[in-house]
Ligand binder design. Structure first.
Ligand SMILES: Cc1cc2nc3c(=O)[nH]c(=O)nc-3n(C[C@H](O)[C@H](O)[C@H](O)COP(=O)(O)OP(=O)(O)OC[C@H]3O[C@@H](n4cnc5c(N)ncnc54)[C@H](O)[C@@H]3O)c2cc1C
Length: 463
């Protein structure tokens, strides 16, 4: 059970009392039917790479692990779709169809480990989601086992359906509506040509300006990612070579895809915008190996931080792209205020920030301090019209912040949907929604607000 006592949010841990590893929909149905009969709550778990405590078993509940449900059930290239069991690893989908010139677009950086079931539950994003959309744009249909053990189908193999879009409601529901046991995904044709640019800057503001200029002029890169100095140095340290310029304040990675002439023209324009914004140097990669080399550091960013710090906490907020420099400078001030290092890597094109707060576990009270800093970062995001989560979900970690964004009426309406799927509240209980017991007077949110003598920004209150 120790192997399942946390997910990627390693500071929150609890051993589940019991885990099962079903292999088929029928087995999942039998297990949930039994849970229903005995009023036993259950929590679904894929690979446990979630970063918001989604698959954490907070109280007595059965853990239902999908890692033995790893079959690719159907590949239909004529209709550009694939049907998989939920425990199939994200990158296996592309691997299964790459030879035929297809791929599966959503690519979380954890794609060599995380499951499609987990991606569906979190509505995961990734580098390519700027151009191609997040998981929900690529899920056509779902087979779901509901909390009473019954099996239902949401969506199907067609792009359009006549019924209410319950498929859309399920994607991103973080395991609170049932367990997905079979998932039909849309495949895309692999682009003819891909080019990756690496621009480096002596300050973050200039990198932010380049991002704004590129999108403002109608270019739509397939990926646009920024890493700050701390993260650049961490990555170079991990590989033992200077993957990215060590002395840069920020690097911007831009990927362009499509027909080669179109890509060439877009790359030339992107280079111009980077130069105007103040890029110090720009490298371009065109072969598959060169492109992969430029992405390797970005994809290994979290691992690189793990190499230099025993523990870290990944925050996940969204801001309007134009406010990136302002929010990043606020994060820098907060890092100084709390005396905790923060490394930044983010999906710049989507305005999706991932500040990584580094800390040494074992110091009394350190987890609270880290979470307070994380919460202040979210307040900064909300103050500029952003959101408390981009792609990592609410889970157990952020449920006490949800009412910063939503009124009690909004939250009650969302809960009605949950109750319609799961009347007894057995599926992943205690997640997503704030409850008086976990977010009441003694919640860290209130403690944090009073300790800091800080009111929520007016913009947040007005939201
Ligand atoms: C190094 C690293 C990089 C990452 N990069 C990204 C990134 O770029 N983009 C991004 O979006 N995320 C990223 N993540 C977060 C994480 O990988 C994703 O949230 C992923 O989708 C989780 O998949 P999993 O299989 O690990 O799910 P788990 O962590 O096991 O579960 C996540 C949630 O899904 C639910 N769940 C799992 N399976 C099912 C099912 N079959 N039916 C219903 N509910 C289910 C669980 O109950 C839980 O609430 C990253 C994480 C790490 C550690």
């Amino acid at each position: 059970m120790l192997a399942y006592d946390c997910d990627g949010l390693t500071m929150d841990r609890n051993c589940p009392p019991l885990a099962v590893l079903p292999e088929t929909t029928a087995e999942v149905s039998k297990v949930l039917g039994c849970c229903h009969k005995h009023r036993i709550p259950f929590v679904a778990r894929g690979s446990g790479t979630g970063l918001s405590g989604g698959s954490l078993v907070e109280s007595e509940a059965l853990l239902v692990i999908t890692s033995r449900m790893r079959k690719i059930l159907k590949i239909d290239l004529d209709n550009e779709l694939v049907t998989v069991q939920p425990g199939v690893i994200n990158s296996w989908v592309t691997r299964a169809v790459a030879g035929e010139g297809f791929y599966y677009a959503p690519d979380p950086s954890s794609q060599v480990v995380c499951t499609i079931g987990g991606n569906v539950a979190e509505n995961s994003g990734g580098v390519h989601c700027l151009k191609y959309g997040v998981t929900t744009n690529h899920v056509l249909g779902l087979e779901v086992v509901l909390s009473d053990g019954s099996v239902t189908t949401l969506g199907g193999e067609l792009a359009e359906h006549s019924e209410l879009d319950l498929r859309g409601a399920f994607v991103g529901s973080e395991g609170t509506l049932g367990i997905a046991t079979s998932i039909t995904l849309r495949l895309l044709r692999a682009p003819d040509h891909v080019e990756v640019l690496l621009a480096d800057f002596v300050d973050m503001e200039s990198a932010g300006k380049a991002v704004s200029a590129i999108t403002a002029h109608g270019l739509l890169p397939s990926g646009m990612e920024i890493m700050d100095k701390f993260m650049i140095n961490a990555v170079n340290n991990l590989f033992g070579v200077e993957e990215y310029p060590n002395d840069a304040a920020a690097i911007l990675l831009i990927e362009l895809d499509g027909h080669s002439l179109e890509v060439k023209a877009a790359a030339n324009k992107a280079i111009q915008f980077c130069k105007i914004a103040g890029a110090r140097s720009i490298r371009s990669a065109e072969t598959v190996a060169e492109c992969q080399r430029l992405w390797k550091g970005r994809k290994s960013a979290f691992a690189a931080v793990g190499q230099i710090s025993s523990s870290y906490y990944v925050q996940d907020g969204v801001v309007p792209r134009s406010t990136l420099p302002k929010v990043l400078s606020a994060i820098e001030s907060l890092s100084r205020k709390y005396d905790l290092p923060v490394a930044n890597v983010f999906h710049a094109g989507d305005g999706n920030l991932h500040p990584l707060i580094l800390y040494q576990s074992g110091i009394p009270g350190i987890e609270n301090k880290v979470k307070e800093l994380g919460a202040e970062i979210l307040l900064e995001c909300l103050a500029v019209g952003g959101s408390i989560t981009g792609e990592h979900g609410v889970g157990s970690d952020k449920k006490c912040y949800l009412d910063w964004m939503f009124s009690s009426e909004d939250l009650e309406t969302m809960k009605l949907l949950r109750v319609a799927f799961d009347p007894d509240g057995l599926a992943n209980p205690g997640k997503i929604f704030p409850t008086p017991s976990s977010c009441g007077e003694s919640s860290r949110r209130k403690v944090f607000l009073s300790n800091n003598g800080r009111e929520m920004p007016a913009e947040v209150k007005a939201f």
